[in-house]
Design a protein around this ligand. Structure first.
Ligand SMILES: [Zn+2]
Length: 113
């Protein structure tokens, strides 16, 4: 079987282009590119886009893909309730990501003691 990477149609092996999309077919179906926010696990939220960015770098260093909601509201919107940046990850990365968040938050909570 071959697959169109765009419309995900299945074709016989002797076909090499999708009839609809005119794209070269692949042997394996790639993972879905689009993921709904609802399918993700929100692991952190903050009113600081700067902190969100720091945590994101941390997560990326651990090979975790992150998604941000309201990424730019913090700098554009003066309303505090809207300035909430949420970081979400794939559910399979959630456990690992939460540990990283704990470590990320740990030094700051110690400072308050
Ligand atoms: Zn196609």
């Amino acid at each position: 079987m071959k697959y169109c990477p765009k419309c995900r149609s299945e074709y016989h092996d002797e076909v090499d282009k999708c009839a609809d999309c005119l794209l070269p077919l692949t042997d394996t179906l790639p993972p879905k590119r689009e993921i709904e926010w609802d399918e993700l696990a929100v692991i952190y939220h903050t009113d600081s886009p700067y902190l969100a960015q720091l945590l994101r770098i941390e997560l990326h260093e651990n090979n975790i893909i992150t998604y941000l909601e309201n990424e730019y509201f913090g700098s554009m919107m003066p309303i505090p309730s809207i300035a909430d940046v949420q970081i979400a990850v794939h559910p399979e990365d959630e456990e690992k990501a939460r540990k990283i968040v704990e470590e990320f938050e740990a030094p700051r909570s110690e400072e308050n003691d």
